[in-house]
Design a protein around this ligand. Structure first.
Ligand SMILES: Nc1ncnc2c1ncn2[C@@H]1O[C@H](COP(=O)(O)OP(=O)(O)OP(=O)(O)O)[C@@H](O)[C@H]1O
Ligand SMILES: [Mg+2]
Length: 226
């Protein structure tokens, strides 16, 4: 069963009368439970593509189906509701809320869903990423790698059916990185969470089932890994 389908997707940004085509006619589908790596040079459009797949932004042309629902034409509120229900997103720049503590950041998606035990669930997630002792710290009091792990705990919190991760190990030392990679793949295997990950680490990409390569806004290859 397909969880994500992208059809003839293009994205053009316009500012000050100039327009820049960042993604050009991209199409692919992802099966439920799959793991996919999205690779390509800096500036090739990976983050933009991930955001469009997750319904964070709207396409210029083309279609995005998430769980068989066409989402690219929906309003921001409707897309936000779908994201909260189905999608986990680990941002390249974390996007933690600066006025909330670590645990409060993890609790946000849970509270949006009206979960009763949001504090206990968030505590368990912080423990998973090895940060239960930093629950009451604010993002500005945490290192880059610690913020990344809070962002990962937050992305896990609503048991997403699809998890988008934008360079999830970009700021981590090799030992912490290994732990986080294990968490991501465990979630993929045990909960069947579909994993779509941007990475510059080709060793990590090779651990997924499939590698999609983007260059200059074009999809240049889409291959199963060995
Ligand atoms: N909101 C925006 N307005 C204008 N241009 C944008 C916007 N967002 C991204 N771009 C441009 O789109 C291109 C692709 O950016 P994107 O962040 O998707 O690249 P990337 O492949 O994720 O790169 P990196 O590996 O460095 O993270 C870049 O040239 C960038 O400047
Ligand atoms: Mg990027």
């Amino acid at each position: 069963m397909e969880i994500l389908k992208i059809k003839n997707l293009s994205k053009t940004f316009s500012s000050e009368g100039k327009s820049l085509k960042v993604l050009d006619n991209i199409s692919f589908t992802v099966e439920k439970g799959a793991s996919v790596a999205l690779v390509g040079p800096s500036g090739s459009g990976k983050t933009t593509l991930l955001g469009l797949c997750a319904g964070l932004d709207r396409t210029s042309t083309g279609e995005v189906y998430l769980n068989n629902e066409l989402i690219n034409h929906l309003s921001e509120d409707d897309r936000a509701a779908i994201r909260n229900q189905h999608v986990g997103f680990i941002f390249q720049n974390f996007q933690l809320l600066p006025t909330l503590t670590a645990i409060e950041n993890v609790m946000v998606p849970l509270e949006l869903r009206g979960e009763k035990n949001s504090k206990a669930t968030a505590e368990a997630l912080l423990e998973k990423v090895g940060l239960n002792n930093r629950a009451d710290h604010y993002p500005s009091q945490l290192s880059g790698g610690e913020q990344q792990r809070i962002a990962i705990a937050r992305a896990f919190s609503n048991n997403p059916s699809i998890l988008f991760a934008d360079e999830p190990t970009g700021n981590l030392d090799s030992e912490t990185s290994e732990k986080i990679v294990k968490l991501l793949f465990d979630l993929n295997k045990e909960a069947g969470t579909t994993l779509i990950m941007v990475t510059h680490d080709l060793e990590l990409a090779a651990k997924t089932q499939r590698i999609i390569r983007i260059k200059g806004g074009n999809l240049i290859s889409d291959e199963k890994t060995a």
